[in-house]
Design a protein. Structure first.
Length: 259
């Protein structure tokens, strides 16, 4: 079982290295559907897994000046309180532990996967639409308000499902900041994901839904996979990868919602 988990971590890590997305959206359903891990434990463990793996990418982008910390701060102003309140609310609804809220978490995960698949499939159309509306740009105050609101939605979604900080966050930032370079969008999204997944992961640990042995096993496979995927990325056409990944998410999301 542990060897299979290492291999799964390696495969998911490779996909993350190639596409830049797929950590939470692939790892959590793999743990639930393939290994039978309780939904709450899968989410909590994956959140800390994401915090660790995305820290390295954030450092690289920060050193290269690709992180707009103002945007990161606005997102965090909405996401961190929302994540904390979401976990508190779930703990109140399920005083016996997050295991009692497995149906809620499984449903949230399924919905998050379907939204992520849609973001992957229609990203180019959304970007084209956002660029066409540059003449009607939002005022700085309105954009800031919408960024905080976007952070709050992502915070609640990530706390419940561990999914949303990748493809959904990037797509939302492209729509809000169409003039920002793509590399700056990715850098801001990564930097925001680290404190969000860390806070949510620690919240799940406090609620007793983190498997530390499983976390170490996943990291043992995923870290080499991310390195390999980063080297393979320039050689694999995105037009093949993106629909394939979206299709996998639709299948997993549909199965979780139907469960």
């Amino acid at each position: 079982m542990e060897f299979a988990q290492v291999i799964s971590g390696f495969i998911v890590g490779t996909i993350v290295g190639i596409t830049g997305v797929g950590g939470g959206s692939l790892m959590t359903p793999v743990l639930v559907l393939l290994f039978g891990v309780a939904p709450a434990t899968a989410v909590g463990t994956d959140l800390l897994y994401a915090a660790i793996t995305k820290s390295g990418g954030t450092l690289v982008h920060a050193r290269r000046g690709n992180v707009d910390w103002h945007i990161v701060g606005l997102l965090a102003a909405g996401s961190l309180p929302a994540a904390a309140l979401t976990l508190f609310g779930v703990s109140r609804l399920a005083p016996g532990g997050l295991g009692e809220a497995s149906k809620l978490i499984t449903g949230a995960l399924g919905v998050a996967l379907l939204l992520t698949a849609a973001a992957l499939l229609f990203r180019h159309r959304l970007l084209a639409w956002a660029k066409s509306r540059r003449e009607n740009e939002l005022s700085p105050t309105r954009r800031a308000q919408l960024t905080v609101a976007t952070g709050a939605i992502l915070g609640a979604l990530v706390a419940l499902s561990s999914v949303g900080a990748g493809a959904l966050g990037v797509t939302a930032l492209f729509l809000l900041y169409p003039r920002l370079r793509a590399i700056g969008i990715v850098g801001a999204d990564l930097a925001h994901a680290v404190p969000l997944t860390l806070l949510a992961g620690l919240g799940h640990w406090w609620l007793g839904s983190v498997d530390w042995t499983l976390l170490a096993t996943l990291l043992a496979g995923s870290l080499p996979g991310i390195v390999l995927g980063s080297h393979l990325a320039p050689r694999i056409p995105e037009r093949i990868l993106r629909p394939t990944l979206a299709g996998m998410l639709v299948l997993a999301g549909g199965k979780l919602i139907a469960a």
